[in-house]
Design a protein around this ligand. Structure first.
Ligand SMILES: NC(=O)c1ccc[n+]([C@@H]2O[C@H](COP(=O)([O-])OP(=O)(O)OC[C@H]3O[C@@H](n4cnc5c(N)ncnc54)[C@H](OP(=O)(O)O)[C@@H]3O)[C@@H](O)[C@H]2O)c1
Length: 290
């Protein structure tokens, strides 16, 4: 049993991490933003110094990728400076920090999967802020793990899979981009890995995402098939769907780490598990997809 503080515990991933840590028998402090704002350095120091936490799992972040383009300073305040506040307080207290980061630190132009040592080159304000957070965590000099993940979906937060299911209930057909490749990751898969990481000795950067890869179009099609939806999914291009923030064309995160790599299951299995969990998957379709 470890004492684990979870920041951003009101969010999609943070709520899954807090619940998973409780289920694993840890003594958990779940801090939503209203109880701990990571941009408040004094509050962070107080929260981490107040109790003998063994680890902090930082799931707090500015996650509005498009909004960050217009509000980069606010995004950096949370994703860069906020992460630094946590890292310095953890280093001072001798507390391990597991910090969640993203595929957006890469520019998405690599021909193959990205591994941990590939050079970061973010193209968006969100990516720059998240990279600043990684750098601040490493610079603080404490025991830490930076876990980069991608294409997250799960209960308790806005996400692509939920959006597709909602749109499919409103329309006969939807168009989804088919020229961005990534690894969908269910929070139900990632959360136990982050909790395990909180008590593991390994340090540095880790890539953790669902195995395999697909495009957003393929993910949407798989979700609607499993849900038994009659809605048609049409492939479209990034160009025809302009957004304020550039999206990486290739978001596939692989790992070059050996025995201490963070391994998750196949993305298709995560999708079946999530849709079954929320009562959307048709049992026959779910069986067929496995
Ligand atoms: N979603 C994805 O596809 C994805 C992919 C790769 C990596 N990630 C990373 O995964 C982590 C979790 O993201 P998520 O998808 O769970 O997003 P989320 O649902 O938006 O959760 C983020 C949480 O952080 C909170 N927060 C924002 N500013 C804060 C602050 N100053 N102090 C404390 N808490 C604050 C938010 O609270 P409010 O709601 O009150 O603002 C929210 O509860 C983030 O590090 C994100 O960068 C996400």
């Amino acid at each position: 049993m470890a004492r684990v503080l979870v920041t951003g515990a009101g969010g999609m991933l943070g709520s899954a991490v807090a619940a998973t840590a409780v289920a694993a028998g840890h003594d958990v402090g779940a801090r939503e933003r209203s109880r701990l704002d990571i941009t408040d350095a004094a509050a962070v120091q107080e929260a981490i110094g107040a109790e003998p936490w063994d680890a902090v799992v930082n799931c707090a972040a500015w996650t509005d990728v498009d909004g960050a383009e217009e509000h980069e300073a606010q995004a950096i305040a949370v994703n860069g400076e906020g992460a630094g506040n946590l890292a310095r307080a953890c280093a001072a207290a001798g507390t391990r920090l597991v910090h969640v980061s993203t595929d957006y630190v890469f520019d998405g132009t690599k021909a193959g999967p990205y591994v941990e040592s590939d050079p970061a080159a973010p193209r968006s304000a969100y990516g720059r802020g998240k990279l600043a957070g990684e750098e601040a965590v490493a610079a603080a000099g404490g025991d830490h793990a930076i876990v980069r993940t991608s294409w997250l979906y799960g209960a308790g937060g806005g996400n692509f899979v939920d959006t597709i299911l909602r749109l499919a209930g409103e329309r006969d057909s939807i168009s989804v981009v088919d020229d961005q490749l990534g690894r969908p990751t269910w929070t139900g898969d990632l959360a136990p890995a982050l909790v395990a990481c909180a008590t593991a000795p390994a340090t540095g950067i880790f890539h953790a995402a669902g195995q395999g890869s697909c495009t957003w179009f393929e993910l949407a099609r798989a979700a609607l098939e499993l849900a038994g939806s009659p809605c048609r999914v049409e492939p479209t291009s990034t160009e025809s769907f302009p957004r304020p923030a550039p999206r990486p064309a290739n978001s596939v995160l692989d790992s070059e780490r050996g025995a201490d790599a963070v391994k998750l299951g196949a993305w298709e299995d995560g999708l079946v598990a999530y849709l079954t969990d929320i009562g959307v998957a048709q049992p026959a379709a779910a069986g067929g997809a496995q």
